[in-house]
Design a protein around this ligand. Sequence first.
Ligand code: HEM
Length: 407
Amino acid sequence: MSTRAEAFESWIRKSFVAMNTELEKLYFALEDRTQIMGRGDPVKRQLQEEGHAFVAALLAEGNTGDGFESAFGVLGNVGMYLAALRRHELTNPAREERSPFPEASSLALHVGASLGVAPRFATSHLATHNRARAGLRKSFTSLPDEFLFIDENTRGILALQLAADALTAIVHLGVSSPVADVMFAAAKRSLEDVIRFNDRLMERLDVERFFYCVRPYYKPYRVGRQEYRGANAGDFSGINELDLLLGLCRANDPYYAQLLVDKMLFMLPADQARLRECMTHKSLLDELLELSGEHTHTDWFQRNAGAYLEVCDLFGRYAAQHQNSLVKRFIEEPSARLGAQELQGITASGPPLPVLLRSLEVLRDMRIAANRRDITTRFEDLRRLRNTIAGHPGRIPDASRPPAAGR
Ligand code: HEM
C-alpha cells in the first residue's frame, strides 16, 4: 500500500469513525431523528475537508494501488467517505445532477474501472474483505450496534458461501455420487449456522439504532453523474449460486436474470467469475428429476434426493427468515411509523419501499418454491420430487404466510 493510501486508511479507521460517532450521538438525541440538516455542522465540515485532503493526494498520485487488495481498499475508503457525506446530507442524489465531490468521484471511477467493479463501497469492503487490525475491523462508527450488524452479516455471508462451495462440489461429483452425502451435510450445517446468526441479530440488534444510525450509511449516492444504489448483504455470488444450484431460481427467468445483471458489478471480480461459471451448470433439482423415473427406488436416489430436499427446506427457512423477520422488524415496521417526507431515501437500493418489499417477496417466494400463479416457482417440481421420497415429511408449510392461529 502506498504511503498516501495508508494515511487515508488510518484516517478512515480513526478520525472518520470518531466524527461519525459524534454526529450519530447528536442526531440520536434529537426529537425528530430524521431532521439532521444544520446539526453538527462544524464536525461535518471537518469530516469533509479532512477526507478531501487524502482523496486529492491520492488522485494526484494517479496510483490505483499496488495490486488488487490495495486498490480495492482505496475504493472502499473513498466509498465510505462518500457514503458518510451522503448520510450527513452533504450530498443527496435527489437534489443534484452530479456529485458535488468531483475529486472523490474521479478517484472512485478510476479505481472502480481499473478493477471491473462499481465505483462505490460495496458490502465486501465491510464484510469479507474487512481486514481486522489488532482485532478491530473497519466501520463507519464505533457504535456497538454497527459492529453487531457488520459481524453477523459477515458470518452469514461466510456461511452462505460455504454452503455454495459444498453444492458446487456436488455438481462435479454428480448428484448420484455416494460421496455427495458429506457435501449435503456440509451445506446443511452452514445453512443452520446462517439461521442461527440471523436469530441472534433478531434478538440483539436495537431497532432504533439500526434504523437511524447504521442503515443510513447504506443509501445510494452519486459518483460523477451517475447514482449508484446502496450496498446490501446480498452482494456476493454465493447466494445466487445456491439459488441456481438448488434450481429454485433460473438464469433464463427474465426477472431473475435482470437481478443478476444488475448486481454483477457490486460483486468482487472473483465472485463475478464464479457466478458466470455457475450459470453454465445444470441444477441439482433438474438432475434429480431426470433420474427420478428410472432410479426412484434405488438407495442412492432415496438418500441423495432426501438430502437435497433437506438443504432446500433449510434454504427456504433462511429466505423466509430474512424477509418475514429481519426486513419486517428492522425496515418495514420502523418505516411504517414515518411520514412520506421522512421515508424518502430510506432504502439502500433506491426504489420506494413498497416496490423494494414486493421485489424481495418475489425472491423469497422463489426460494421457498411458493405456490404462486403470477411468478414462476418450482412448487410443482419440488412436490413431484418429494412424492418420490419414502418417509419425507412432504412440503414444508408455506413460510411466506404467518402460521394459522392455534398452530
Ligand atoms: C438487520 C438485518 C438485515 C436487514 C434489515 C436486511 C434487509 C435487507 C433489505 C431491505 C434488502 C434489499 C436491498 C436494499 O434495501 O438495498 C436486503 C438484501 C439482501 N440481504 Fe439483507 N438484511 C439484513 C441482514 C442480512 C443478512 C445477515 C444476510 C445474509 C446472511 C442478508 C442477505 C441479503 C441478501 C442475499 C440480499 C439481496 C437480495 C436477495 O438476494 O435476497 N441480509 N436485505
